[in-house]
Design a protein around this ligand. Structure first.
Ligand SMILES: *[C@@H]1O[C@H](CO)[C@@H](O)[C@H](O)[C@H]1NC(C)=O
Ligand SMILES: *[C@@H]1O[C@H](CO)[C@@H](O)[C@H](O)[C@H]1NC(C)=O
Ligand SMILES: *[C@@H]1O[C@H](CO)[C@@H](O)[C@H](O)[C@H]1NC(C)=O
Ligand SMILES: *[C@@H]1O[C@H](CO)[C@@H](O)[C@H](O)[C@H]1NC(C)=O
Ligand SMILES: CC(=O)N[C@H]1CO[C@H](CO)[C@@H](O)[C@@H]1O
Length: 925
């Protein structure tokens, strides 16, 4: 609450949008002594005065930079002054530019600038001689600037974002240019903070290499994914992160999704965000200047900048552009249980019986790939192992637990013709990704087994070989093909199969995995043509694997870009998971007739419109518990708030102490799923005996009690783009201490979660921003002296510290064994008063399951407002969704005097029906 006034000022100012065109005097670049250096570069090197932080790598990715390679690029070589081995030895001359402005033309949306290439050595070949830059002043807070090649058919990302429009007249930003060599500068008008300045040099626009470097206004940078980062705030000490979707368990490399979006806090606590809309393999280098370099190997440089000025507004503006997050059904906020390799239905039933025995809330049960026949999509193993699965799913649902099935994109091409319609129909329609010829289906290997797998396994026992994985891929896996989802036939084929499969198993939602797309052989079963520059580009970004096709399909493989245009995997690779979203969601919606849900592994900007995400195949190790908070905070920035990690970890055996702490934190993941890998020890809530089970039940009951609050947060995420799991800095941005906090998180503005993230720890230091806080468990107010401080809190093994922020009202509902039953229970409110005895909050409610209830007005929305005189509710919209339900418990925290009377409307209530103590007051009406 401390900074709202200050924030507002920025919106009120900003009057005109004037392009400042600075035609600068050509700078000393041409005179740089090194540029035309003579034949003996080493001996004639003059002392170079470029500060280390201002060195921008001219031989990125080169493990063995040499003077001659460096000189050939027209760059400066200096390894004398280098102390830090991360500082590039070969770097661009100061102010290096390869383009100059030759024209500038106004448009309704802004300006079009024409850039011509100067006479410079070509580092990567095929430089584009004329680059166009469109600067679109799209709105007051949104700027688009796009470098491309006018009139060419260079690849552009087919995700729809705002284009053109009328030039905003009240923009918060200024854009200015230096003409020769070209550079650009973006300034926040009211503070004159320079948000971007590319005059540090290094702008390159070649066919297969596009680079731009900019200084940043501060070194508080967040986002840029998907990777496993050690901290939420980026490390600016010369870190390079690759991005290219990859089936890769969390590690310091490119992972499943691609999100070239960052937010930055300026030193005065204003915030902005930047998206590079590009899907080619790329990397980002962060260096301590502070500066950022983007390098991508295709497409165009299409940037969107969002001016905030608060970090929360940046996310709202970003999701306004890429699409607001999906509204998950109420039940999908309940507890979910999964594992790979239950093996058979009896085993699943036993686990579920254990969950029931301990009365643990259980909203969703999953089937991983072992429910299928030989891992074939759209089948279930109906002969022995999963005989009776459909009937059991029906029964489960009657009891209040829903069922989600996994579907992998890869389809077996080895089934006997006429026995497996998914392949037969698909191949007839030509729905699969093809080789370069555009005709031959590209075949890889993923999970499906061939028909004769049992005989093969008798013949070849891969477990006895040195390389059991390699052996099993070679011998046990069938050749498989990959749907080309942007081909309209493929889309409809997938939609039909998925929808029709609901007649077999009445699933409630779908989990799509392996959609990077993952492939267990490199490129294809035939390999790839590495003479093709798409497979072997002149620059390989800092991504995992020796080739781009590593663990996926060949880059030259043909893939639709739209219903009518064909592109290739080189451009479309990272969009594969995104392209699977819409058809899957439409199918499950239409099959169930309900809102339903899709959870996907591979994401791209705008995936949040259709799906949630889990943080991937994490290991059961302590550091991942902390990393999961970082991952959630980042996906919040990326507009994918339905997010969580596999509780207790996927790979490796968990331990009881790890699983206990992970379950405590996981109870506050928006996507709350315990998921385990093949053959690891049990880790479901009933897997460690009664005491453990009761502890998990208790913490899940807290979650369930707060589900109305969580659901309301999702409503605002869906309608206004606000975050659900929220970094502390988004609420307390004027407090710089919050800028680095990633071991605590908030639910919305008002609920603080301070988990234990390490083994053998029973107390933690938690930060309490300077406002009023109450212990959720007891209602006791935190001492005033603790405001704005780290406080040591007791956190015994069974306990997670949770706090409610004064000034807020949280809607609650009594917990039950699933949301089916909790939704029938009475509501309540937690009224946590601020110092001035005010508090506010709201409740969004609908039937939890119908499509587009908000859009169609089928909901209830109330705002609550507490003052020293009482508590009022204002019904903003009411279509009867809460009829027949009661509100039983109103907890009021922070009253300063005794309560003498309780009224409901004007009716005085019987004093015997309410309880009161000196910290909190409980009323029952
Ligand atoms: C620095 O450059 C000189 C000249 O090329 C070379 O002899 C020397 O080995 C280099 N040192 C390092 C640490 O790379
Ligand atoms: C299910 O698998 C277990 C081993 O995990 C086995 O003991 C049991 O017999 C199987 N049950 C059925 C019905 O196949
Ligand atoms: C999908 O199903 C509809 C309705 O049965 C049918 O008309 C259509 O041809 C099918 N499309 C594909 C691509 O299978
Ligand atoms: C869940 O709780 C309800 C009552 O709230 C009860 O009727 C139902 O049988 C329980 N379901 C299971 C599966 O335990
Ligand atoms: C809990 C955990 O390990 N989380 C990590 C899982 O992997 C994602 C990337 O997919 C990371 O962002 C998380 O930090």
């Amino acid at each position: 609450m401390t900074d709202t006034n200050k924030r507002k000022i920025y919106l009120a100012v900003g009057i005109t949008a004037i392009v400042v065109l600075v035609i600068a005097v050509p700078i000393t670049y041409f005179a740089h002594p090194d540029y035309n250096a003579g034949p003996d570069p080493v001996s004639t090197l003059p002392p170079d005065n470029t500060a280390d932080n201002f060195k921008f790598n001219c031989l990125p990715g080169d493990q063995n930079p040499t003077v001659s390679k460096c000189k050939k690029n027209g760059c400066v070589w200096n390894n004398i002054t280098v102390v830090n081995p991360s500082v590039p030895r070969c770097y661009f001359p100061q102010g290096y530019g390869a383009y100059r402005m030759v024209g500038e033309k106004p448009f309704t949306w802004g300006y079009r600038i024409t850039l011509d290439r100067l006479d410079r050595p070509s580092i990567y070949g095929n430089d584009v001689t004329r680059v166009t830059l469109d600067v679109q002043y799209q709105t007051q807070h949104r700027l688009r600037f796009k470098f491309y090649e006018l009139g060419s058919d260079r690849f552009e990302v087919p995700v729809e974002l705002p284009d053109g429009g009328e030039m905003a007249t009240d923009a918060l930003y200024d854009v200015s240019f230096v003409s020769d060599p070209f550079s650009m500068k973006i300034t926040r008008k009211d503070t004159s903070t320079v948000l971007w300045d590319t005059s540090v040099g290094g702008f390159i626009f070649a066919d297969q290499f596009l680079q731009i470097s900019t200084t940043l206004p501060s070194d508080y940078v967040y986002g840029l994914g998907e990777h496993e980062h050690a901290s939420f705030r980026h490390d600016m000490a010369w870190q390079t992160w690759g991005s290219f979707s990859r089936d890769q368990g969390p590690a310091v490399t490119n992972l499943y999704g691609v999100h070239p979006f960052y937010t930055c806090l300026e030193s005065d606590a204003n915030s902005h965000g930047v998206l590079l809309l590009n899907s080619n393999a790329m990397d980002f280098t962060l260096q301590p200047t502070p500066a950022l370099t983007y390098r991508t190997i295709g497409g165009v440089l299409d940037f969107y900048m969002f001016l905030g000025p608060t970090p929360e507004m940046v996310v709202q503006q970003y999701t306004e552009a890429i699409g607001r997050p999906y509204m998950p059904p109420y039940w999908s906020l309940g507890f979910q249980l999964c594992r790979y390799g239950y093996g058979n239905l009896t085993n699943v039933q036993e686990v579920v019986a254990g969950i029931r025995e301990y009365d643990i809330p259980h909203d969703v049960q999953y089937g991983d790939i072992d429910y299928m026949t030989r891992q074939l999509d759209f089948t279930y193993e109906h002969v022995t192992r999963y005989k009776g699965l459909p009937e059991w799913v029906d029964q489960l649902k009657e009891e209040g637990t829903r069922y989600i099935i996994i579907l992998d994109p890869a389809i077996s091409a080895e089934e006997v013709s006429g026995t497996y319609p998914p392949y037969d129909i698909g191949t007839n329609l030509g729905v699969f990704i093809t080789e370069e010829d555009g005709k031959t289906e590209l075949k890889g290997k993923v999970w499906p087994d061939p028909p004769n797998i049992e005989n093969i396994m008798k013949e070849i026992d891969c477990s006895k070989t040195g390389d059991s994985w390699g052996c099993s891929v070679e011998n046990y896996r069938a050749e498989a093909v990959f749907p080309d989802f942007l081909n309209p036939d493929a889309r409809n084929w997938w939609y039909n199969l998925t929808k029709d499969f609901h007649d077999v198993i009445a699933y409630d939602g779908i989990w799509i995995d392996m959609n990077e797309p993952a492939n267990f052989v490199e490129g294809s079963v035939k390999g790839c043509d590495y003479n093709n520059p798409l497979e072997s580009p002149p620059y390989k970004p800092a991504i995992w694997g020796a080739t781009l096709a590593d663990k996926t399909v060949c880059m030259a493989a043909k893939t639709h870009k739209s219903s009518t245009e064909i592109s290739n995997q080189y451009n479309m690779h990272s969009l594969f998971g995104w392209s699977q979203n819409e058809p899957t969601l439409s199918a499950t919606r239409d099959a169930t007739g309900k809102r339903s849900i899709v959870v996907t592994r591979s994401t791209f900007p705008s995936s949040g419109k259709y799906s949630g995400h889990w943080l991937g195949d994490n290991a059961s190790v302590w550091p991942h518990v902390h990393k999961s908070i970082i991952g959630m905070l980042e996906f919040g920035l990326f507009g994918i708030p339905y997010i969580g990690a596999d509780i207790c970890g996927f790979f490796e055996d968990t331990t009881e102490s790890l699983c206990r702490r992970w379950s405590q934190l996981g109870a506050f993941y928006p996507y709350c799923r315990n998921h385990n890998g093949l053959n690891y020890r049990r880790q479901d809530p009933a897997g460690f005996g009664e005491e453990f089970a009761k502890e998990v039940r208790d913490v899940l009951h807290i979650r369930y009690k707060l589900l109305p609050y969580l659901y309301t947060l999702f409503h605002y995420a869906h309608t206004e783009g606000t975050t659900v799991v929220r970094p502390l800095m988004h609420e307390f941005v004027s407090d710089t201490e919050t800028w680095t906090i990633d071991r605590q998180m908030l639910w919305g503005p008002a609920f603080l979660i301070s988990p234990v993230l390490d083994e053998h720890v029973e107390e933690i230091d938690a930060y309490f921003p300077d406002t009023r806080w109450y212990d959720y468990h007891t209602g006791v107010e935190m001492s005033k002296g603790d405001r704005g401080k780290y406080v040591t809190l007791a956190a015994p093994y069974h306990y997670i510290p949770l706090h409610v922020r004064g000034g807020y009202i949280l809607p609650t509902q009594e917990a039950a064994n699933s949301t089916v039953f909790s939704r029938l229970k009475p509501f309540g409110l937690i009224v946590a008063l601020y110092d001035d005895l005010n508090a506010k909050g709201s409740l969004f409610w609908d039937d939890g399951d119908t499509v587009d209830t908000f859009e169609n007005g089928e909901y209830y929305l109330a705002e609550f407002h507490a003052t020293k005189d009482g508590l009022n509710s204002y019904i903003r919209h009411d279509n009867g969704q809460v009829n027949g339900q009661t509100m039983n418990e109103i907890l009021v925290y922070g009253l300063t005097s005794d309560v003498n009377n309780v009224y409901h409307n004007t009716v005085k209530l019987n004093v015997n029906n309410w309880e009161y103590d000196n910290q909190k007051e409980i009323t029952h009406n």
